[in-house]
Design a binder for this molecule. Structure first.
Ligand code: 2IT
Length: 450
């Protein structure tokens, strides 16, 4: 059997076995298809059945999360933790609290995390978790009770040398604070590296909140430099208005670029002056902290237009940076992007581009910066947080930022080199998959047949 048929056979088996997990299948298909030229040179990896072993999570925990709401009623949500691969380090990855969270979404995020974490060069395996609980419209007391109930079960499965969760959509410093506080009580141990994204006051890392967005800006800058361009003076369309978006706007502003859109599920704002003043950046934090926070308030506050039920991808800009969620940029959006002659799309969120849109962008010469590389700054600083926790020390903002910038540069170079080496030219998407895969595959081989 030739290598391509072998890869298709492996993917088909996953499609049959996990046929109710579309996001997971999408993530696996993208990564495995890009590995064909690697496997052609590495029959040993086929012989060792690495692909099938790598797509089976080492452990999946699904648990009941009961909690009492403010009216005294007992509510029940579903909790997840997928411990996907620990070949290069303890499982590491965020927790997502949002209504649409299900096993397929947690599995795809955990699978992506394996390669992302590998790309960082740091010793962290892939994991992810979450719940179909949404903190929106919940009181602080409800969030506290929910997170404590969630941690009561999760605490049995995590630890600084086992699995270290952090934040993601719906989980910020407040939720992490409640989660860590309860973890500490249950374990009777200040295992700081067992949870990251903590506030600085409880052993968190300086710059962790900014890290994902800063990393995306550093990655975008590397891509632009490749084409003798600079982020300075660029006009950028961004989606979302959460943590990733905020960090990116902050660094983009510092580097002299102009982010002209923000979005929510209800529509987008167009701010031609750019989201670049302290007042605007702080307003993003305020909207997020407010349970009724709405992007329309930004439009009112800063006197700009809100486009109801539209996406920002219709804008003629220099650079597009999706920072909201998976599959937020579809084929129609890709066509608009090509039509507007936008040359660069850098993925801020995890798997924001649908399969069809990705194919369209690539065949129309749009340069795509893959999320698993571009957004790896967040988990990188999480890993630096673990290091600081273990040595019981904390680095300054300059030290963390310098390390982050170095990590992002290395990630970029490894994507670029892997793409070149395996005949993909400047396809950073394929390069990220290959480079992330090879480090994990070697580590699996060394450790035997797990
Ligand atoms: O998608 C991600 O990389 C995250 N949500 C952050 C994970 C982490 O452990 O900081």
């Amino acid at each position: 059997m030739n290598t391509k048929d072998y890869v298709i056979k492996v993917i088909d088996k996953i499609k049959t076995r996990d046929n109710n997990e579309p996001e997971f299948i999408q993530a696996v298909e993208e990564v495995y298809t890009s590995l064909i030229p690697v496997l052609e040179q590495r029959p040993d990896l086929i012989k060792d059945n690495i692909l099938e072993r790598l797509s089976e999570p080492e452990r999946m925990i699904i648990f009941k999360v009961p909690w009492v709401d403010d009216a005294g009623n007992i509510q029940v949500n579903r909790g997840f933790r997928v411990q996907f691969n620990s070949a290069i380090g303890p499982y590491k990855g965020g927790l997502r609290f949002a209504e649409n969270v299900n096993l397929s979404i947690v599995k795809f995020l955990a699978f992506e995390q394996i390669f992302k974490n590998s790309l960082t060069g740091l010793p962290i395996g892939g994991g992810k978790g979450g719940s179909d609980f949404s903190p929106l419209n919940k009181s602080d007391a409800e969030i506290k009770r929910f997170t404590q109930s969630f941690m009561l079960e999760l605490s049995r499965h995590i630890g600084g040398d086992i699995d270290s969760p952090a934040g993601d959509i719906g989980v910020g410093a407040r939720e992490i604070g409640y989660l860590f506080g309860h973890y500490k009580r249950i374990k009777n141990s200040y295992d700081a590296a067992g949870v990251t994204g903590k506030s600085v006051a409880i052993s968190g890392s300086i710059l962790r909140p900014e890290a994902t967005g800063y990393g995306i800006a550093y990655f975008a800058q590397e891509v632009l430099h490749e084409f003798n361009e600079d982020i300075k003076g660029k006009t950028i369309a961004v989606s979302g208005f959460g943590n990733v978006c905020w960090g990116f706007c902050k660094k983009a502003a510092a580097l002299g670029a102009k982010v002209v859109t923000l979005s929510s599920e209800h529509g987008y704002i167009y701010d031609p002056e750019g989201v670049n003043t302290e007042a605007k950046l702080n307003y993003l934090l305020k909207m997020r902290a407010d349970i009724n926070g709405d992007l329309r308030d930004y439009a009112k506050e800063f006197n700009c237009e809100f486009f109801s039920n539209e996406k920002p991808w219709v804008r003629k800009v220099d650079l597009i940076v999706p920072c909201a969620t998976q599959n937020e940029l579809n084929l129609d959006d890709a066509k608009a992007i090509v039509n507007n002659k936008v040359k660069f799309v850098i993925e801020g969120s995890n798997m924001p581009i649908t399969k069809e849109a990705m194919e369209y962008l690539k065949t129309h010469d749009v340069i795509v910066g893959p999320g698993k590389a571009a957004n790896a700054g967040g988990v990188s600083v999480s890993a630096l947080e673990m290091s600081q926790n273990v040595i019981r020390y904390s680095w300054t903002s300059e030290e963390v930022d310098q390390k982050l910038a170095g990590i992002m540069k290395n990630i970029y170079l490894s994507c670029k080199q892997a793409a070149q080496e395996y005949g993909y030219g400047y396809d950073l998407v394929a390069g990220a998959n290959i480079s992330g895969f090879l480090r994990v595959a070697e580590a699996m081989k060394i450790q035997g047949d797990y």
